[in-house]
Design a protein around this ligand. Structure first.
Ligand code: HSE
Length: 404
């Protein structure tokens, strides 16, 4: 019997206990032994819960129990999750986590500790919920040089943008609906400002490069300024708007960013809607591949954690190498990246002469049906050149990047 402890009995933690319980027979066959949740660490008591007797409040009960070989860290946040994870690894206990913030912040250090203590730090559930994208990169695409990853990595924002596209609704109204349905957090800042997607692409970028891409170096723009008018332009251009998280090789360097993009109907990510996530990977031998599924939710995320528990259980006493060291990657500024932009200006303050003088030959969007403004798509240019030109243009309402 493999003994497991769960740190944090919230949504994901209780999901982990449920998955281990409901799928115990098949898990036992796959591991070759039964998995048993021996302890649940939480500050709270859970009177009446079937697992009430397993709840402990003192981490040392778990750390000092040699029978516990694997812990699931489903607490979230940096502390005390970081200290608890370190201490578990120091005791040779594998840690399986859904905590993207901790992985993005301290991944290399925790991976090193796992290696030194012949155990594993596994984090499948930290990106893309139940989509097995981390294991795919670490174990399946190992013959590849990956040079680009583009993902829809946040379910809440994808739900909001999908509703805005389909219903012509306003951001604030859809956010409220998402909160009422329990998709968005009461404090939705991390989702709508792109911080959640930023941490996830930081993790994927680190696995892509084998080094450490720090989330603070990633340019991040959220979706709070996207309006129904933007979607009218998107439709006129046969596009929709998605919050993309991307990391790409560019002439031997890498850049990474999170921002809303106009993407065409002919692109693979166009039909990724509602709370679904998808990760599009480009690599040198396989070319394009895409991974799609539920990027959030109790059982989807818990299933990924338990998948890691099974992996750890099958590899007791053995560290599984993960291609991610602590050498920092110096990212290329996104100002150097070439792309085109949709720009909206007020008709009363700017004319086509001024637009041509600034941007040369542009493509006007004539059928968006938005009165009192001019919308146009620029030629491809470096972001820094675009921003300089835009700063000198009169009556600017907004701009959105095109992913072409
Ligand atoms: N808040 C996240 C999302 C949860 O909406 O995708 C999963 O990481």
């Amino acid at each position: 019997m493999k003994q497991v402890a769960v740190f944090g009995y919230g949504t994901v933690g209780s999901g982990v206990v449920e998955v281990i319980d409901r799928n115990s027979a098949v898990i036992e066959k796959r591991v070759g032994e039964k998995l048993n949740v021996k302890y649940i660490l939480d500050l709270r008591d859970f009177p009446g819960d079937p697992n009430e007797s397993k709840v402990v409040h003192d981490i040392n009960v778990i750390l000092d129990d040699p029978e516990v070989e694997i812990v699931c860290e489903t607490m979230g946040g940096n502390e005390p999750a970081f200290t608890y994870s370190k201490n578990a690894l120091l005791k040779g206990k594998s840690v399986c986590t859904s905590n993207k913030e901790l992985v993005a912040n301290h991944g290399p250090e925790l991976l090193k500790l796992a290696k030194e203590n012949n155990c594993n730090y596994l984090f499948e559930a930290s990106v893309g919920g139940g989509i097995p994208v981390i294991r795919t990169i670490n174990e399946a695409l190992t013959a590849e040089i990956i040079d680009g990853i583009t993902g829809i990595l946040n379910g809440t924002t994808n739900y909001i943008l999908t509703k805005m596209d389909r219903e012509g609704a306003k951001f604030d109204d859809v956010l409220k609906q998402a909160q009422d349905l329990g998709y968005a957090e009461k404090n939705p800042e991390a989702d709508v400002e792109g911080y959640d997607a930023c941490r996830k692409i930081a993790i994927l970028s680190s696995l892509m490069t084998g080094h450490y891409v720090h989330f603070e170096d990633i340019y991040t723009e959220g979706i709070t300024k996207i309006t129904p008018e933007d979607f009218k332009y998107a439709k006129a251009l046969n596009c929709t708007i998605k919050l993309l998280a991307m990391s790409k090789e560019n002439n031997g360097s890498y850049y990474a960013m999170v921002a809303p993009f106009l993407i065409g109907k002919d692109t693979a990510l166009y039909n990724v809607n509602d709370v679904f996530n998808a990760v599009f990977v480009h690599s040198n031998m396989l070319d394009d591949s895409m991974y799609y599924g539920r990027g959030a939710g109790k059982l989807a995320t818990a299933s990924a954690v338990v998948g890691d528990v099974i992996e750890a259980a099958k590899n007791t006493g053995k560290n599984l190498p993960i291609f991610w060291d602590d050498t920092k990657v110096n990212l290329l500024g996104i100002g150097e990246v070439n792309r085109s932009f949709l720009v909206r200006v007020k008709e009363a303050e700017c004319d086509k002469k001024e637009i041509s003088a600034a941007f040369g030959e542009v493509t006007y969007v004539t059928d968006a049906g938005v009165a009192g403004e001019i919308g146009f798509v620029t030629p491809m240019m470096k972001e820094k050149d675009f921003e300089a030109k835009l700063n000198n243009l009169s009556g600017v309402i907004g701009r959105i990047r095109l992913d072409k």
